[in-house]
Design a protein around this ligand. Sequence first.
Ligand code: PRT
Ligand code: ZN
Length: 285
Amino acid sequence: MDKIKIAIQKSGRLSEKSLDLLTECGIRVSNGNRKLKTEARNFPMEIFFLRDDDIPQYVEQGVADIGILGENEVWEKDKDVQIVEQLGFGNCRLSLAIPKDEQYTGLDYFNHKRIATSYPKILGRFFQKKGIDVKIEELGGSVEIATGIGLADGIFDIVSTGSTLLMNGLKEAETIVRSEAVLISNKHLTSTLSALLEQLLFRIKAYKNGQGKKYVLLNVRNEVIPDIVQLLPGMRSPSILPLADKGWSSVHSVISDDDFWEVIDELKRHGAEGILVIPIEKMIL
Ligand code: PRT
Ligand code: ZN
């Protein structure tokens, strides 16, 4: 039987979470000593462990059918692959930064300036669109030291907390684009491989849907049910089950972490009792 070949980062910021995602999808991967490749035990899948920079090319050529990597690398490598799903981890932004004592006056500040980056294509396209002329110094890593050693006037790099910039006497001038881990696919999958990708996507979506949400159960007097239903839209609408105690019902629903405490406070104000909150593992819509 055909196996779908997935490329994930060998070692780096996305490795652990990529494997975790497969685990959440019920795919068991034995990866004791991180070989080049391994097979899933209960899904027709082969896993390749590669450098993230190489993943777009391997997927374009069909050496791997699909891959997980930062969207930033997909844009930079500009290979003929398809982004099929945003994965919700590895979030970061690509920003322009300048020495902290410089006065930033807007994008024109960069006219005729030298900017160091590992993302020359993304940066080049950006400034070309803006009609601003910059000199791009391509570096493989440690971009943040480029201004300190006089190689560049500014840098363009990945920022997450901003502490790397701070430590190197830099400040963020502009965020150009935001990025997160994505699932990419070869554009010419066979029907068998497409079906396997669909199966994987179905599981990924079920996992993502459950993220950031809680299942709540609570008891209320029947007369306040209409108010409670307003507070709890749930997936379609809350389930309401009569309790043995006449005049009372149990209400079940799903609430988002974002407004969790506000909703709980409101529920209590409306007389909800015995509120039980349960994490959601998967949610199939
Ligand atoms: O060996 P390989 O080539 O596979 O790995 P790599 O070194 O190229 O990549 P890696 O593991 O550093 O990052 C993989 C992906 O993680 C990136 O392509 C991004 O999509 C994503 N990601 C998320 C990040 C960060 N957050 C991040 N903070 N990648 C890098 N950084 C670095 C950044 O380059 C800078 O040096 O962290 C520093 C900034 O962090 P703060 O928190 O100080 O702002
Ligand atoms: Zn890399």
